[in-house]
Write a protein that binds this ligand. Sequence first.
Ligand SMILES: Nc1ncnc2c1ncn2[C@@H]1O[C@H](COP(=O)(O)OS(=O)(=O)O)[C@@H](OP(=O)(O)O)[C@H]1O
Length: 478
Amino acid sequence: MLEQFTVGTHAQAEDDSSDKKRLRSNALWEMTPEALGTCSLLTLAQMRGTLFQSDSCQVPMEYSPFLHILHVVPSSHVRNKLFVFCIMLSLWVYMIYCCVGYCSTVPNLTYSSVRRNENDAATDNRDSSLGASRDLLNNENELDSRGDEWNEVRSEAKAVDDNAMSGFLNETESKKFPQAIIIGVKKGGTRALLEFLRLHPDIRAVGAEPHFFDRNYDKGLEWYRELMPKSSEDQLTMEKTPSYFVTREVPSRIYSMSKDTKLIVVVRNPVTRAISDYTQTRSKKPDIPSFESLTFKNMSAGLIDTTWSAVQIGMYARHLERWLQFFPMEQLLFVSGERLITDPAGEMTRVQDFLRLRRVVTEKYFHFNPTKGFPCLKRPEVNTKPHCLGKTKGRTHPNIDPQVVRTLRDFYKPFNRKFYKMTDSLLSILLPQYEINEATDETQRERHPGQHVRVAIVFVTIRSHHGVDNRSAHHKHT
Ligand SMILES: Nc1ncnc2c1ncn2[C@@H]1O[C@H](COP(=O)(O)OS(=O)(=O)O)[C@@H](OP(=O)(O)O)[C@H]1O
């Protein structure tokens, strides 16, 4: 059904003359058609479903139930108010929509630039990671570099959205250099730790690995800072790039950014770590030689190839020496990758204390998923399904010749001992399993998805380098 309306400031489909006066006295209706020209208001009015139209723009308009309602509303004053209210409401919805980054027509506050920077970083990571020799694993962190794990994209996007919104509402927020960095080690459990930390309201962390201090240093500090999410004065900014720990140039570079930067290293049994590293590579390049053959320079002589990155990364003491030339031990925290799985809340207590944060992330944030064999995250305040890390975390390791495992373990012994000596007594509680506690050594277990049996780390009172009962030392600390 078509109706013709001739309305606007001069006429309307309305008989009541007092209403007409009221309408004319309304500045919006009287002024806008002239101000906007003829048909532009018509278009607007049509969009809003109103019946107003200027004389020079008379076109047939379709019957609308909305118009009908307007007819039956007794007062045109009320109608006008309703119309203004609708416009205001639409504008507000549109503004909010734009501010959280979904609107392409309005420059948003932070979302797209952060996303773009993160994507740039990821692209750069891929580009710059191709050149190294004897490092079959060098481009393997590609997925993690993009922070693709664990609905991380979602949580990251949410974090960035939060930032965008809070940045909009709170102008005191700004992008800062990270005050704390997870510097390693690759395959230690760094993604899990970062995601655990991101649950903390006082932490803002970039999801992707920036690789600034090892691969993108020439881009300059401002480039780096731009990657960071906005944070308030009370919040810590963080990032994780596991390759920092083993890259020669990085300690001095971080030091020159800020000598107060707190450094976190997630360590894991170096043998298991090497196998995990190899597993990751093989998932991308199934044709690579066996772990056993890559491990040795000369297999019959039992000579281990320390130039292979999978082996080299686990020589923790050697890498740590370089860091200690720039940073005091108190500025470093070593997190046990094993305990991050068996006792995530306990390990998070240590981390939060080290970062001088409130102990917010506690047991109630974790849910052990027996199918995956790992703790997954839940937000206690909302009753949603726990989120687990993605498929690239917790891969099934191949079976490695036990003799090779033993040889590797022997190879690492002096490095581990030195590492315990260099670090504090607490670490000697966390790490001796790397040497002697075979019952808890992952490398001894064949792992099948869905049948993970994670043996809790047993706190046995074993050789302490500091002559203290390990168990009580631990309790004192936590
Ligand atoms: N909660 C949880 N969920 C899944 N996986 C977990 C978790 N906590 C620790 N881990 C262990 O993290 C290992 C991967 O370490 P990283 O995240 O440091 O890897 S990477 O260097 O960033 O690629 C990964 O190694 P693999 O098991 O060899 O895949 C896991 O054992």
